[in-house]
Design a protein around this ligand. Sequence first.
Ligand SMILES: NC(=O)c1ccc[n+]([C@@H]2O[C@H](COP(=O)([O-])OP(=O)(O)OC[C@H]3O[C@@H](n4cnc5c(N)ncnc54)[C@H](O)[C@@H]3O)[C@@H](O)[C@H]2O)c1
Length: 350
Amino acid sequence: MQDHRSFSAPDLVRFAREVLTVRGVPATDAELTARSLIQADQRCIYSHGLLRLPLYSEALRLGGINPTPSMSFCAQKAGVAVLDADAALGQVAMQAAVDRVLEMGRLQGIAAVAVHNSSHYGAGAFWSDQLAEAGFLSFLTSSTGPVVAPHGGVDKVLGTNPLTLGAPSADGWPLTADLATSNGAYGKVIAARNEGTALPEGWAVDAAGNPTTDAVAAAEGSMIPFGGHKGSAVAVLLEAFAASLTDATFAFETIDIWSNPASRMNNGHLLIGIDSSAFAGRVRTEARVAELQQQVRASGPSDRRVHSPGDPERTRESEAGDSIMLPASTADQLAQLADQLSLQPVPSHT
Ligand SMILES: NC(=O)c1ccc[n+]([C@@H]2O[C@H](COP(=O)([O-])OP(=O)(O)OC[C@H]3O[C@@H](n4cnc5c(N)ncnc54)[C@H](O)[C@@H]3O)[C@@H](O)[C@H]2O)c1
């Protein structure tokens, strides 16, 4: 069991905002990015929470991420847009993409924004939740740094190519599948390496292609796609969806900011939104999705809880409230960051 420390969410938001502001990020963008990271921690998706803040800070300092991008939309057809994010924080690029998809989707019924020149956007559900809130179903994927070998391979041709699918629901919680297409998220390998803990079996191979549970060997080797050959096929296609519609780079062409924070990753994202009100109607869709969720939850034997996708994260978020438990290694890194930037450290409650 990892060692954790408790913090207040508003304190963490304030701290993350301060760090980003010191690095030149305007207040609104700093607030957005801080909220995306802290919501991930609230949902215990520690791989996409404040663990990333020191890395963002360094990339902002060294030029891998542009604190004040001049983003522009181009190549538009009805319902379609390409966003050049000018090396923005991925969160800033994605908020622009979400806003544009909602705007176009309300007119067209379906809309897509492909993004290039972007960076890491955090947990995908932060974006699909916004579309679900507006009655939209959504598809989102991204290219990343090179960390995953295709099924049977050793070379890091792929990224962790996240797949996020969301559907609005009358249940209150959207139906959400939000996952890395590697067996685990890369951030979880980084977290395990920081914590000195082992990885689950089947997540990674070492540099020679042998299965390993050692997080250090895994970081030097490759991660493996989820679901054997089928998952690998999906991951390869997501790479194409994320990076072939624009000038974004594929993972195998990308230098990750984890290895060089000055690198402009040129990540690609693809967001597609489908407005349920353009089909059988939002009320009908949301009622049907809620029915599906209930059937999924009720599908087990009486002594076993079955989750509808998205429920585990929402349950953890509502249980956490304003009190966030962070892995000790992340807490230590935030303390170091405070020291480095001469900021007030975030007080821990335990
Ligand atoms: N920005 C990026 O470039 C990037 C890259 C990779 C991953 N990510 C993010 O990493 C995060 C974590 O990914 P992961 O693969 O480690 O997620 P995970 O394995 O923890 O969960 C994946 C999905 O499975 C669902 N789930 C979990 N347990 C379940 C159960 N018992 N029954 C039914 N459904 C269940 C969850 O609700 C979630 O939708 C995601 O938020 C993803 O967007 C982002």
